[in-house]
Design a protein around this ligand. Structure first.
Ligand SMILES: [Zn+2]
Length: 308
């Protein structure tokens, strides 16, 4: 791949972008453009029940409205099952996969919550089932990958040093669900690896999934990208901004504001510019350095956006 910097937008086309998505996309784009790199777009539509091409098209328009362009789009995840299948087979050939028959309620009662995200530490219940025990279940299993007893450490561009031992902090994790759908961790690792992505910039809520992806990258023979997990946006009362804040999605914001106003407020709130004034994505490029971003949640004065 040489030294070409390649970043990515990886939105889920299940609704309009909210300000938190916009902020992560902005930082991903600024980092790549400030290094004269390439930006790749892909739609993360593994969940075909919730996603649609209509939303994908709106997302593309919203990104362009913001001035966040890209250099190529790779096929959406929903069209890549055959590719994921070959990587799944690779894990199988390495004897790292086993079927898990646990139900959701069993998983929640037996296992401890994960350190930083919503998933549960898997206790390894199904790791050593015999063939007879497996045959006794009359349902399709999900598939888990065995994790080694080893510490994964990396230096995140925003959060600093992050380390995790998958065996104690996560456990063997699911790579394919019982309904045959491949799981985010596997799909993302394959997509980023095949696209030659060298830097992954996304929300802080995905920090704890990085070690799982690093483990899969190693098994699949991909290099580790650099990571930057950007802080979450919160309202003045500390509440995290999300899709539920309808006033703050781009469908609403585009009715009342210019892209420069939206970006100016985000950039100011995040400490990227010294005062809150309208500014274009292009104008922000020359001012961008990672060091300006803090680790803490970014408090956004939402009153200027709400109820216009
Ligand atoms: Zn199990």
């Amino acid at each position: 791949m040489g030294k070409t910097v390649t970043g990515r937008f990886a939105p889920t086309p299940s609704g309009r972008m909210h300000l938190g998505n916009v902020f992560a996309a902005l930082v991903a784009w600024l980092s790549v453009r400030s290094q004269k790199g390439q930006m790749v777009l892909r739609m993360e539509d593994l969940d075909t029940q919730r996603t649609s091409e209509e939303y994908a098209q709106i997302l593309r328009e919203d990104l362009l409205w913001l001035g966040l362009d890209w250099d190529g789009e790779t096929p959406p995840q929903s069209q890549r099952s055959a590719v994921y299948e070959t990587y799944f087979e690779k894990l199988k050939a390495l004897d790292l996969l086993y079927p898990c028959y646990c139900t959701r309620s069993q998983l929640h009662s037996v296992n401890a919550p994960h350190l930083s995200d919503g998933t549960y530490v898997y206790a390894g219940t199904c790791r050593n089932l015999t063939e007879d025990q497996r045959a006794a279940f009359d349902r399709k299993p999900s598939w888990r990958v065995k994790v080694p007893d080893r510490v994964w450490q990396f230096t995140d561009r925003v959060q600093g040093i992050y380390r995790e031992n998958l065996i104690t902090d996560c456990g063997d994790f699911v790579v394919r669900r019982a309904d045959d759908v491949f799981v985010y961790q596997l799909a993302v690792t394959v997509d980023d690896g095949q696209s030659g992505v060298t830097e992954v910039v996304r929300g802080m809520d995905l920090l704890s999934s990085a070690p799982r992806q690093m483990y899969l990258q190693e098994l699949f023979g991909f290099s580790h990208p650099d990571y930057g997990h950007v802080p979450m946006l919160v309202a003045p009362d500390g509440r995290r901004l999300s899709k539920r804040d309808k006033d703050l999605d781009l469908g609403q914001l585009r009715l009342h504001f210019t892209p420069e106003q939206v970006l100016g407020t985000l950039a100011f709130s995040a400490g990227l510019i010294p005062e809150n004034c309208p500014i274009s994505a292009k104008e922000l490029v020359s001012q961008f350095v990672w060091e300006k971003l803090g680790k803490e949640n970014i408090c956004l004065d939402i009153t200027q956006f709400v109820g216009v």
